[in-house]
Design a protein around this ligand. Structure first.
Ligand code: CA
Length: 236
């Protein structure tokens, strides 16, 4: 699962250049050219990081930044602000409105990519780490191996992806539809009950004897990795 980056930049050539290079790094990239369009897009979908130009038509970058920081769900969203040379005093304003980092134009693409990587690593280490851990469960993405309390767990490919999906977002409740979209893909038609079948198989593979079940069934809502499990199993 790669990180999604939103580029808000009205200089088309720069926007294309960034998109091309970030996609080459494996990120999913969206671009918008206007501040008001960014506002609309950010209400529908929250990216993992935003590259935000300072001067934009519609709504300014600084205003978008301020609005993002005011919303609980985007309060911690990593923001890299792009500013033109000579806006030094404004740069300081940029940081005081909550941008995590800023880059002065013109900049080198490798520099921007390095900053993106550093910010993402800080914000969501699970996106760049090869081994995910939750309680006594470990999932090694490189070796495609899962273990619980040190013993190897054999999983089918779907159960593996399902567990990885959960472990990237511990505690969050997902509806069956969200799980279908996230694990199977949105272009596949599968009955929602299929999710129940695979969650059942995953549980069976993970839980031995009287071990606690890491997966919580939320009635009427879906499934989640149980936050409390993560804490208890770790301290046990
Ligand atoms: Ca601009």
């Amino acid at each position: 699962m790669s990180a999604r980056i939103l580029i808000v930049e009205d200089e088309e050539a720069l926007s294309l250049l960034l998109r091309y290079n970030l996609e080459a790094e494996g990120y999913d990239v969206d671009t918008v050219a206007r501040g008001d369009d960014a506002d609309v897009q950010l209400r529908e979908r929250i990216p993992d990081l935003i590259v935000l130009d300072w001067m934009l038509p519609g709504v300014s970058g600084i205003e978008i930044c301020r609005r993002l920081r005011a919303r609980p769900e985007t309060k911690a969203l990593p923001i890299i602000m792009l500013t033109a040379r000579g806006e030094e005093s404004e740069r300081i304003r940029g940081l005081s409105t909550g941008a995590d980092d800023y880059i002065v134009k013109p900049f080198s693409v490798p520099e921007l990519i390095a900053r993106v990587r550093a910010l993402l690593r800080r914000a969501s280490p699970e996106r760049v780490s090869d081994v995910l851990a939750f309680g006594d469960i470990a999932l090694d993405r490189e070796k495609k191996r899962v273990s619980r309390a040190g013993r190897e767990i054999a999983l089918g490919p779907t159960e593996y992806r399902l567990l990885e999906f959960f472990m990237e977002r511990p505690g969050r409740v997902f509806s069956r539809e969200q799980l279908l979209n996230g694990v199977w893909g949105s272009d596949v038609y599968i009955d929602e009950r299929t999710v129940d079948v695979h969650v059942g198989r995953l549980r069976k593979a993970l839980n031995r004897g009287r071990e606690a079940d890491p997966i919580r069934t939320v009635r009427g809502a879906g499934y989640a990795l149980d936050d409390r499990f993560g804490i208890e199993a770790k301290s046990a």
